[in-house]
Design a binder for this molecule. Sequence first.
Ligand code: SF4
Ligand code: SF4
Length: 436
Amino acid sequence: MRLQEKIFNAGVVGAGGAGFPAHIKAKSKVEFVLANGAECEPLIHKDYELMLHFPKEILSGFDLLIESTSAKKGYFGIKEKNTKAISAIGKLLNGKTELTKLGDFYPSGDEFELVYEATGRLIPPAGIPLDIGCVVNNVETLYNIALAEKNIPVTKKFICVAGAVKKPASFFVSVGTSLKDVLEFAGGTKVNEFGIFVGGVMMGHLTFNLNEVVTKTTAGIIVLPIDHYLIKRKNQPEQNWHRIGKSACDQCSYCTEFCPRYLLGYQVEPHKVMRSLGFTKTGTSVWNQMAELCCSCGLCTLYACPEDLYPKEACDKAKFEMREAGIKFIQQKEVKVHPIKDGRRVPLPQLIMKLKLQDYDVEAPFNSKELSVAKVRIPLQQHLGKSAQAIVKKGESVTKGQIIGKVPDGELGANIHSSISGKVKEVTAESISIEA
Ligand code: SF4
Ligand code: SF4
């Protein structure tokens, strides 16, 4: 069986981002394959720990992908400061692959940034790395590809739990494990009242629901006290973000001047989106083409704006509403890197200070003990594309690794497997619950 089929059967999706089905990348023909070990979200160290403890598996997945795509070269992106990971990975690299050492900036793990740093190529506006002969995979995706080659499906996720927990750590959990179980495994929380950023404080979402579950794309789980600056900022009603922005934005344009996509040469100008917001009634549609190419990195809202406004959220709103209205912006201007780009990069330690996270900036070492759980709730949509369809019924017995959700024929998506052995307790349009 070819690699792409094995990856499809194993349900491998991008573990570090939106969950792009990995078999699509494996069946492409490209010039360069890139491994993304940059990991730039504050407090998250799980890719670092994975590279330290599983370099052979990661490089096996990497080499398999280089072979299947007929790539002429590989680039492995790691932050220069992570010397132990560089040493673990570096000594296993073959002659076809070069290390790309990255600075400690946010967002150095962004695909557009990494491709440019490694190859000097710029992804076309609204394009993907494939458009310029590249595929990029997060290091955990490569680990999963190595397992898929051995017909082992994705049933577990490597996560980092940090912030106000007693034992910050990185460890494997079964897909579908509740946040409640995860936090207990990390020694419990240091505070009684808290919020949880799932996926990181910059690009993740805030939840207070301990029944939320770990999916194939969950990377970091950051617990912060309820009165922390970031929880207060994020936990405002959406209307407030936009109402405050309308009244207080003075068009200083710092949000644009620090925007990593703008600095790479894309037409993203959040201050202009804020201007449109100012000309609109709160709650009504915001259309501004300068939002279209925003990657929602959050730097404008959480770092650049001196008035603590919400330009990223204004861009999100504009993107959503333009999409709903069928309006699409195509950048005509040549993509040209801003001459001051290097001088405007945001060092991660500085971002951590700005976010008032310095007290939580500690290691999250690998815990090889696996968290075993008695029940899981496995979402059918953990990837880009169409939701998988359940192929098991309530009351059925399933074994760990068995396919329980399939992608409709010919659609983009990924198979879903049971992460524990047990009985199916419930099947809904969104998920399958299993108890051991
Ligand atoms: S979130 Fe802000 S800084 Fe990030 S890409 Fe979008 S506009 Fe630029
Ligand atoms: S940085 Fe803040 S105040 Fe300045 S233009 Fe952007 S949103 Fe407005």
